[in-house]
Design a protein around this ligand. Structure first.
Ligand code: HEM
Length: 75
């Protein structure tokens, strides 16, 4: 089964502070459409460790996000 935003990706983003803070910067991480539209930029910040700003994700989480992107970003 392909990775899905609702089941596999949305739970990686904390309601607070990830979703709440990033809404104030114009990116709703709880929205499938917005995460899909900004997936490359989001991946870049995850992979370079700049986001989330209180600590980089472990590699397996970053790889999971990348697999969702490469797999076609199912909802
Ligand atoms: C397109 C991708 C993203 C961009 C351009 C971006 C940009 C920013 C900027 C400019 C800030 C405020 C300045 C700072 O504290 O560094 C910020 C804050 C924050 N971002 Fe992002 N962000 C992105 C993705 C993400 C993602 C994917 C997460 C979580 C997984 C995240 C979590 C946060 C949090 C928690 C803060 C609040 C930091 C604080 O106030 O301590 N961001 N982001």
């Amino acid at each position: 089964m392909p990775l899905s935003f609702a089941k596999d990706i949305r739970p990686l983003f904390r309601d607070t502070p990830d979703v709440e803070e990033m809404k104030t910067f114009g990116l709703d991480l709880s929205s499938f459409e917005e995460v899909k539209a900004s997936a490359d930029a989001i991946y870049t910040t995850l992979a370079d460790g700049s986001m989330p700003c209180d600590g980089a994700w472990p590699k397996d989480r970053i790889d999971l996000f990348k697999r969702w992107v490469d797999g076609g970003m199912a909802p």
